[in-house]
Design a protein around this ligand. Structure first.
Ligand code: PGA
Length: 249
């Protein structure tokens, strides 16, 4: 049985004091969660959030990292820097990074290898754009994105990563994939993992992301392939996020 994992992707929201307040409000609401609970905050909030989550079941996540260990990469953060700040998870290849910051499948792969090597759990994002779905490319595309991202990992390592299926057209738009669409595409991702890594496919956790909220989380989480959610907008309010963590409104 795969343990579900619900992660909040705060994106470029919350200052350190706001982050502290959010996590302090969240902690009691999710204390009895049956799933793993992660908050992926901007890096300037690592200190405030890691202090606020002490003694709770909430884990700290980052939203990106560089693949090099150190060097002349102005503005970037290494895996070791994240680790020392208490980060355990890192989102990689989010569609906003792909769209606005030149992220490619090849660089997602480099980041994944570096994250796993450092002992961080990557949350690798894949997903199709609206026109790609309409053209019938969804399955081929998500399989390809997934296999490139994982390339170079062992089956044992693949079993421990998290993949987030996020249809680009559903992110921040209020449009959600139907429960069946999300389940089907996540099943395609799992079979792609199986084709290269065998039984690791039964262990790898695959989340859905894209306008997931207290109203639709129950139906999505009831699907057999869906192991959790990557939550943007609804992760910015403690009450909403805690409802998603409980898979219930
Ligand atoms: P959303 O974002 O829940 O606001 O659609 C999800 C994400 O981008 O990870």
């Amino acid at each position: 049985m795969r343990k579900p994992i619900i992660a909040g992707n705060w994106k470029m929201n919350k200052t350190p004091s706001e982050a502290k307040a959010l996590v302090e409000a969240l902690a009691p609401l999710v204390a009895d969660a049956q799933c793993d609970v992660v908050v992926c905050t901007p890096a300037v909030n690592f200190a405030a959030v890691s202090e606020a989550i002490k003694g709770t079941n909430i884990k700290l996540g980052a939203q990106n990292m560089h693949w090099k260990e150190s060097g002349a990469y102005t503005g970037e953060l290494s895996a070791a820097m994240l680790k020392e700040c208490g980060v355990e998870y890192v989102i990689l290849g989010h569609s906003e990074r792909r769209q606005y910051f030149g992220e490619t499948d090849a660089t997602v792969n480099l980041r994944t290898l570096a994250a796993v090597k450092a002992g961080l759990t990557p949350i690798i994002c894949v997903g199709e754009k609206k026109e790609e779905r309409e053209a019938g490319y969804t399955n081929a595309l998500v399989a390809y994105q997934t296999l490139i991202a994982l390339s170079g990992l062992t089956a044992e390592q693949v079993a421990k990563v998290v993949i987030a299926y996020e249809p680009v057209w559903a992110i921040g738009t209020g449009l959600t994939a139907t429960d069946e669409q999300a389940n089907e595409t996540i099943g395609v991702i799992r079979e792609a993992v199986r084709s290269a890594y065998g039984d690791a496919a039964d262990e790898v956790r695959i989340q859905y992301g894209g306008s997931m909220n207290p109203k639709n989380c129950k139906g999505l989480m009831a699907q057999p392939q869906i192991d959790g959610g990557l939550i943007g907008g609804a992760s910015l309010k403690a009450e909403d996020f805690s409802k998603v963590v409980r898979f219930d409104a």
